[in-house]
Ligand binder design. Structure first.
Ligand SMILES: *Cc1c(COP(=O)(O)O)cnc(C)c1O
Length: 366
């Protein structure tokens, strides 16, 4: 079986984790600080604030910008549920702008939803490819809105040389299956000193100096142990991403021209994709439907997954939620019924890539 994700932690991580264990400083400390500094450097921002996961990164970002009840947040309808849960946890109202063929939210559709209550544009850089940030930045500037980027899947991605997380307040996930992983973990990036300061307070019970509380906060802290797992991976990030790009190029070449199989669009000029997922679409002219295709590919020994089977709000608990607006998103609805992701990770061998191409080719031609 060729799995869709593989977690492989190497000797550098083992050595650093052992160093932390022996130091006795297991909770947030010097290793977290070092991890933050390196993460900020890689993403070209003044501040990176480590938190315990990507969902709390989004919640804390909204709290730092004082987003809450009565405020509307415009996001993508085609995302992992954490994006929506974070908006609701902040007490805000979620609105959904339709997506494009690149799977990312459309800037003009976002602009069309802006009203007096709108405070935030929250694009998601899905599958490792950044949304159209220059266009979204222009809408935010015109309408005086905050940008919070859900960059959970886009560590190291860029758009015209500007990294994910550098256009607004960037929220990253370091969950087990993400490109860079500490098991659980998150990171928030910003160039704004005031927001960074609020994030650090929110993360640590609102406390600046010992027992000096400035606002009601939380415990959102990351541990030194987690940071020790992340630091060596950050050193290898370019090489890990290059391996994913190479695999993507091979899959594109090997899977082109198959009836009913639509490859992910090539990133636009100036966009550097980090291929968290390689996601194809099974179109109506295929000989089989999407769910049958997934079953047969898996039966053939290749891990395939559906990210995501429906629009994010298309569940009873959200349809009935007073803070969810059921915006009409026909493209996202159609694409959710067609997507299928194939293994793309950096641990694939050339032989694995060949097997993926042969297996998928056989499923679509039989
Ligand atoms: C993984 C993910 C998150 C949440 O991250 P966690 O670390 O699992 O809390 C948020 N948004 C998107 C798009 C994700 O893929």
């Amino acid at each position: 079986m060729i799995p869709i994700t593989v977690v492989r932690i190497g000797p550098d991580e083992e050595a650093l984790v052992l160093e932390v264990l022996r130091s006795g400083q297991l909770a947030q400390g010097a290793y977290v600080e070092r991890f933050e500094q390196q993460f900020a450097n890689v993403h070209g921002v003044a501040h990176a604030v480590a938190v315990n996961n990507g969902t709390t990164a989004l919640v804390a970002a909204m709290q730092a910008h004082e987003i809450g009840p009565g405020d509307e947040v415009i996001t993508s309808p085609f995302t992992f549920v954490a994006t929506l849960n974070a908006i609701l946890e902040a007490g805000a109202t979620a609105r959904f702008a339709d997506i494009n063929d690149d799977y990312n939210v459309d800037a003009a559709a976002m602009a069309a939803l802006v009203n007096d209550r709108t405070r935030v544009l929250l694009p998601v850089h899905l599958y490792g490819c950044m949304a159209d940030m220059p266009a979204i930045e222009a809408v935010a500037a015109d309408e005086d809105l905050v940008i919070i980027e859900d960059a959970a899947q886009a560590v190291g991605a860029t758009c015209h040389g500007r990294p994910a997380g550098s256009f607004g307040t960037g929220c990253f996930s370091l969950y087990a299956t993400k490109n860079l992983s500490t098991g659980e973990g998150g990171m928030i990036t910003t160039d704004d000193d005031r927001i960074a300061d609020r994030l650090r307070l929110l993360r640590n019970q609102g406390m600046r100096a010992r027992y000096q509380y400035e606002l009601p906060g939380h415990n959102y802290r990351l541990t030194n142990l987690s940071a020790a797992v992340g630091i060596p991976q950050l050193d290898r990030l370019t090489e890990m991403t290059e391996a994913r790009r190479k695999n993507a190029a091979a899959l594109r070449a090997g899977l082109s021209g198959i009836d009913g199989l639509l490859l992910p669009p090539e990133p636009a000029d100036g966009w550097d994709h980090v291929y968290h997922q390689f996601t194809v679409r099974v179109t109506p002219d295929a000989r089989l439907d999407r769910d049958t295709a997934v079953d047969r590919i898996v039966a053939g020994g290749v891990g395939a997954g559906v990210y995501y089977p429906s629009t994010v709000f298309d569940y009873e608990c959200y349809r009935a939620h007073p803070n969810v607006v059921l915006d009409d998103v026909p493209r996202a609805t159609e694409i959710a019924s067609q997507v299928l992701s194939l293994p793309i990770h950096q641990h694939l061998s050339d032989a694995d890539v060949d097997t993926i191409i042969e297996t998928v080719g056989a499923v679509f031609s039989s």
